[in-house]
Design a protein around this ligand. Sequence first.
Ligand SMILES: [Zn+2]
Length: 109
Amino acid sequence: MPHHRNSARFKSVYEQAATLPSEYLRCRFNSHRWGDDDDITYPDRKTVRYSCACDRCGAVRYRDFTRYGTRLGSGVKYPDNYVFDGTGTLSAEDNAIVRVAYFERTSNP
Ligand SMILES: [Zn+2]
């Protein structure tokens, strides 16, 4: 069930989406554009970390492995103001609101 445009949730998500820089909004719509170049670091003696950056928004994805290739963990570090304030994890309905903001930014009816 989509959020009604006048609901508090719609306003909270929409207002933040509508003020995102265009490259951030595009990453939210299209997902990130990870570069090919991995940065390889060793956070501790047992861990190998492969990181790469999104060449559009600057988010950094990292994946940690043991030296034997077993996965240890992964995550994404987002640039400042990429993550919405006070909304928690966005639901499918929330992401529809973000797409509405993207449509309004990118289309010329
Ligand atoms: Zn991105």
